[in-house]
Design a protein around this ligand. Sequence first.
Ligand code: HOZ
Length: 424
Amino acid sequence: MSLWERANRVLPGGVNSPVRAWKAVKGRPLFIRKAKGPKIYDINGNTYIDYVCSWGPMILGHAHPKVTKAIKRAASLGTSFGAPTRLEVELAEMIVEAVPSIEKVRMVNSGTEATMSAIRLARAYTGKNKVIKFDGCYHGHADDFLVKAGSGLATFGIAASPGIPHDLVKHTLSLPYNDIEAVEEAFSRSGEDIAAVIVEPVAGNMGVVLPKEGFLEGLREITDKYGAVLIFDEVITGFRIGWGGAQAHYNIMPDLTCLGKVIGGGLPVGAYGGKKEIMSLVAPEGSVYQAGTLSGNPLAMAAGLQTLRILKEEGIYKKLEKRTEELVDGIKAIARDEGVPLQINHIASMFSIFFTDEPVNDYNSALKSNTDLFIKYFYAMLKRGIYLAPSAFEASFVSLAHRKKDIDYTLKAVKESLKEIKEI
Ligand code: HOZ
């Protein structure tokens, strides 16, 4: 019996997270044996240049020697104590120093925990109930957010997950991304009961979609006007699009920020933080309850801390951006030469290709892209040793371990793949 068959007998859909099952590309996932630098190796002896990067965390590349050493050292001292450690304080200090709007932070174990805790906190702080999110944004799998969500739900065309009480989801309003008039209108109708607006400041779960000029500014103004909490979900963008995340890049300060991925250096982690005034409501300083046996886990803290120490070095983000630009510009030029209409949305070291000739600014325009062509491209690239996310609605990530030769090799594969899919 194959490993995939065995997996399907004991794991729902054979996986522990839906997008991994390759349903959107109508295939079977690779089983990964190991990864090093920019490459992953499957159990059948194939090697790929990896642009999934574990869906974002591996910004330094896989198995970075310094991060591995930090994890080994932490593990040799014990893997979990359920008590305070120096490492968690140091990582929190680093986050507070880097992310401009965060004064206090609480470590959790995943992005989902971070966003669900941030919403509870926003409701407690404002005494209001409703939450505005945006179509195609994904904030983890807590009940409040699974309405017109991105990532796996976009991939599988699930509008909303069953199992969520209507009484709860009636408090979630999902509006079109980049549509500030829709937000104004929602506030003028129900502003007295809107606790929070949660947004990916750069959307990364319907593919990459950038905020239009004025959108994030508008959110800040409207939430200020109505006394609602503005939450930036920077689980993907935090320490990815720059040292201070999207908020530093766009210079818009949210009240609360959710983090994950990069701050754990490849280990399970999440965090939420923000203004002292709001964060002081979190137990035990305040009465908003949230807890976790493994929160602040020493291995995750050690990996995160070492990752951030490297990212803080002068010129690191510039280097990463330059490498990504080489790739993105190269793909654009090849697509032009080959006459394949596509859009590339790109910021720093994350990007997405949409097979469409229309700009992609929101969920609807993302859904209009040609997913059949994406599937062909996905397999054409895979055949040539390039591992992309198995969905048209996920971001690609470049790491510091991707060298010029990896980019050149990838561009050669893009050229051949675009030629090939044109002919099908
Ligand atoms: N929701 C993640 C991508 N946006 C997928 C995580 C995974 O399958 O590992």
